[in-house]
Design a protein around this ligand. Structure first.
Ligand SMILES: [Zn+2]
Ligand SMILES: [Zn+2]
Length: 327
């Protein structure tokens, strides 16, 4: 038996034992093909071809994966070739397979490499950061808009994307009500990527599970950007102060920033004035987008608002009469 035939016979025997989660799909002198699948997305097919003077020359390596990005596969192929070159003159295949398996184990973020490149290309600009933490299978997102900063740790679970990412706030200088909104909505977006809606309408297309990292990061980036400079939709002045240290936290202060159902923001005083001033017909609508304003703090029906307004006006007339009388 030639050197190659001996190596192939050994591979058939030992690859399934030595390389976890592997299947030898082909093992002939023309080609060796091994599928390594740690999870649905942490999966790679490693193909080997041999030159006539193998193992004096390096084995030819090709990596394929449905879920790992081309860019990452190209980089990893080069590393595999360097690994194989360490074993010139000796059997190379098993060493390369060990190297690939180790890479999959030590780089859990490989399962979202495509999403990570897309996020870096489309969303991360200026002083923003997306740091990869392979050891904890997480990414740290930092978005900077003027002096407003958010920093969130996003953990990618082992069986991603079947299970959604989880989100943890590390730093955020928006006021508490905004911080809670960012967290709650990001978590909800992640959940909707993996769970079909509870109430299914007949015309809804069938539910398709999708990766949750990019949708969550897109949301956090866009929220962190939009509020820093957004004007109050009533007085048109910038709602948040230039310096986050001056953010109003007293919910009854005039400059306290309220976020209404549609996502637009108002100063507390501006929104209160607007909601308590006619016309009330059809409910109050957002100045910018025309969507109905719903807010926990103003649960007025148009009728109650109308009645209160009339009452207030009557009081004011009485007061005016008194004032007129006295002056
Ligand atoms: Zn205002
Ligand atoms: Zn609006």
């Amino acid at each position: 038996m030639g050197i190659l035939e001996t190596e192939l016979a050994e591979l058939k025997q030992c690859v399934p034992k030595v390389i976890a989660d592997s299947v030898v799909e082909t093992c002939v002198p023309a080609m060796v093909r091994v599928n390594i699948q740690r999870t649905k997305y942490k999966q790679m097919v490693v193909c080997f071809q041999f030159a006539p003077d193998y193992p004096k020359t390096r084995v030819l390596i090709e990596l394929k994966s449905r879920h790992i990005s081309e860019k990452l596969l190209d980089g990893l192929t080069k590393l595999c070739e360097e690994e194989a070159e360490k074993y010139l003159g000796k059997p190379q295949v098993l060493n390369v397979l060990r190297f690939v398996r180790k890479f999959i184990d030590e780089n859990p973020l490989c399962c979202c490499s495509g999403e990570i490149s897309a996020i870096k290309n489309k969303l991360i600009v200026g002083s923003d950061e997306l740091k990869l933490r392979q050891k904890t299978s997480s990414v740290v997102l930092k978005v900077v808009q003027g002096s407003y900063i958010i920093r969130h740790n996003i953990v990618i679970p082992e069986n991603y994307p079947d299970k959604q990412v989880s989100i943890e706030e590390k730093e955020c200088n928006y006021p508490p009500v905004f911080r809670r909104w960012f967290m709650a909505q990001a978590t909800e977006i992640a959940r909707q990527c993996v769970e079909s809606p509870a109430k299914k309408r007949p015309k809804d297309p069938p539910f398709v599970l999708k990766p949750s990292l990019e949708p969550v990061i897109s949301f956090l980036v866009s929220e962190a950007r939009k509020y820093a400079d957004m004007p109050c939709k009533y007085c048109n002045k910038q709602a948040f102060p230039q310096d986050p240290k001056d953010v109003e936290t007293d919910e009854t202060a005039a400059n306290y920033v309220e976020r209404v159902y549609c996502g637009h923001i108002y100063h507390f005083k501006c929104l209160d004035t607007y909601i308590r001033t006619p016309p009330f017909q059809g409910g109050k609508k957002c100045h910018t987008c025309g969507l109905r304003i719903y807010h926990d703090r103003w649960k007025l029906t148009p009728e109650t608002a109308e009645a209160r307004w009339a009452h207030k006006q009557a009081k004011q007339r009485e007061l005016d009469e008194v004032t007129d009388f006295l002056t």
